[in-house]
Design a protein around this ligand. Structure first.
Ligand SMILES: Cc1cc2nc3c(=O)[nH]c(=O)nc-3n(C[C@H](O)[C@H](O)[C@H](O)COP(=O)(O)O)c2cc1C
Length: 213
């Protein structure tokens, strides 16, 4: 049997499985509100293994920001990697629903602040709520990159990028933006946060609070 991608039609929560969950873990609506358009190419009995193996892929964590005239915003992203050295180019995958996506698409520029190992507060601030609802930069010390995008002053370092429009790829829920690097450097230095370290600390915090991982 083949697993499906299930989507809650009320809040948009997505999950993978043979059946949708009994109730949506995000909004509590019953199973009946889930719909599915996508059959996965993974046999059902291998889905858990594939997810576990995906968790072993290593990433860093970044605050990816953009600026479009007066508007600035930023979000957390783990999906940044260097694609070529000559010229220096990186790729980022950004959900089409994010406010940051809207600004990158309009302005064609972004900056990635490389988070340090202990920068969990920035993940909480930039990674779980949209900047459409509140000013994520209020009270946060920043610098402005040459391309106008805000950068966290205490980050390990930063990169600024200019999107190469003909290399922009739609990947379903996300857009992959490939960008020429136009600047960057080391800021506070130190060890970068890894995605694995972030999850280790987070699951420890959840256990302490008696919540499910
Ligand atoms: C650890 C972590 C990694 C994330 N990685 C990505 C990512 O690579 N791409 C993405 O689009 N969203 C990612 N997100 C989700 C966005 O940061 C989140 O949806 C954010 O609230 C979007 O904000 P915005 O609407 O203000 O742009 C990640 C969140 C967390 C906590």
């Amino acid at each position: 049997m083949i697993a499906q991608v299930w989507k809650c039609s009320v809040c948009g929560h997505e999950t993978i499985g043979l059946f949708p969950p009994e109730t949506c873990p995000e909004c509590g609506e019953p199973r009946s509100v889930y719909t599915s358009d996508d059959a996965l190419k993974i046999p059902t009995d291998e889905v858990d293994g594939v997810i576990d193996a995906c968790c072993k892929v290593t990433y860093g964590l970044y605050m990816i920001s953009s600026a479009d005239g007066e508007r600035i915003n930023g979000q957390i992203g783990n999906t940044l990697f260097q694609v070529t050295s000559v010229p220096p180019r990186v790729a980022i995958a950004i959900n089409r629903q994010n406010y940051t996506h809207e600004l990158i698409e309009k302005s064609g520029v972004f900056a990635a602040s490389i988070l340090g190992r202990d920068d969990h507060k920035f993940v909480r601030r930039f990674g779980y709520r949209s900047g459409r609802d509140f000013d994520k930069f209020k009270g946060v010390e920043t610098r402005t990159a040459r391309n106008g995008c805000p950068v966290l002053a205490g980050a390990v370092g930063y990169l600024e990028g200019e999107v190469v429009p003909e290399m922009t790829v739609s990947a379903g829920t996300h857009t992959i933006f490939i960008a020429d690097l136009t600047g960057g450097g080391i800021l506070a230095g130190g060890d970068p946060m890894t995605y694995a370290h972030y999850h280790e600390v987070r699951s420890g915090e959840k256990k302490k609070a008696g919540l499910k991982d």
